[in-house]
Ligand binder design. Structure first.
Ligand SMILES: [Fe+2]
Length: 298
């Protein structure tokens, strides 16, 4: 699993204005000079964007469109098999293109009439409070780059395929969109960094990596699972636990004790009742109390 917020590549600007993206040591594009240059170029497009201006377009290359096509083709049967019907209904309604990388403006054109969400661009990591603040206004910060072409079915970072195929399809469901907005509004409301982190961790184990019952079957609704080919083959073997806010909000504080675990909602209603209600009502005191009860030490 990529760890969002931890594995976004750092973006810096040199004195001469050149934008550089610093890939992790295990990134498949690390030694590909052309890929690195392209990542810098795309990050530069996002960096130049100012609030209130139209979201800039990226002129995607034939190779980038080919990666999008490959991943969409690989994911389609996986979605049919593993995705929860609520996600599939959103995906059908949104009707994202499968033959070309959509511009973020195209994603917004499709998504806004359905649930009121729009997409804006980000060069990489967006500070947690800014990211959640925008979610609270139904704005999703999205990267614009694509994963490395040598491994189209793998990405160590959240690329546009994750942001759009994972989150975009999810946000086309009015019910998932409402839970996501509630998380964002919690981020706007909370004052302590610890409380915002708690909300982000509950979000991680729900909207990013959540699984949900569908009759007797276990399906995925999390954007992280549904944008990654590998995750879907593996999630059936991962430890599954019932929704538990204490655990979801504190589990990855203790990295040494971390084991792959996913949290299971029994239905969309169950997700709304537990996670959605938590996002809608959490304040700094509640987050602190839940952390204390869970025995978090960080
Ligand atoms: Fe994500």
């Amino acid at each position: 699993m990529f760890e969002e917020g931890q594995l976004y590549s750092a973006v810096t600007t040199d004195a001469d204005g050149t934008v550089q993206v610093h890939l992790a040591d295990n990134h498949p594009g690390l030694h590909d000079a052309a890929y690195l240059a392209r990542r810098g170029e795309i990050a530069g497009v996002s960096l130049a964007h100012r609030a209130g201006e139209p979201v800039p377009h990226v002129d995607y290359t034939a190779d980038e469109h080919a990666i999008w096509r490959t991943v969409c083709a690989e994911l389609a049967p996986k979605h049919e098999r593993y995705a929860h019907p609520e996600f599939l209904a959103g995906k059908a309604a949104l009707g994202l293109p499968t033959d070309h990388v959509p511009q973020l403006t195209e994603v917004t054109e499709r998504l806004e009439p359905l649930t009121g969400w729009s997409y804006t661009c980000a060069p990489g990591l967006v500070p947690l409070r800014d990211f959640y603040g925008d979610l609270g206004r139904r704005v999703f910060n999205s990267t614009q780059y694509l994963r490395h072409g040598s491994q189209p079915l793998y990405t160590p970072e959240p690329d546009i395929i994750h942001e759009v195929v994972g989150h975009g399809n999810q946000l086309a469901s009015p019910r998932f969109a409402a839970v996501t907005e509630a998380a964002g509004q919690a981020g706007l409301r909370l004052e302590t960094d610890e409380a915002v982190k708690f909300v982000a961790d509950v979000f991680w184990f729900s909207m990013e990596f959540g699984v949900m019952a569908d009759g007797d079957a276990l399906k995925a609704y999390g954007a992280g699972i549904l944008s990654s080919y590998g995750e879907m083959d593996e999630f059936g073997h991962i430890k599954i636990r019932p929704l538990d806010l204490h655990q979801m909000g504190t589990l990855n504080y203790d990295i040494t004790a971390y084991q792959p675990v996913l949290f299971r909602a029994e239905s969309v209603q169950h997700l709304e009742d537990v996670v959605g209600h938590f996002f809608a009502t959490v304040d700094d005191d509640l987050a602190a109390r839940l952390r204390a009860e869970a025995g978090a030490t960080v």
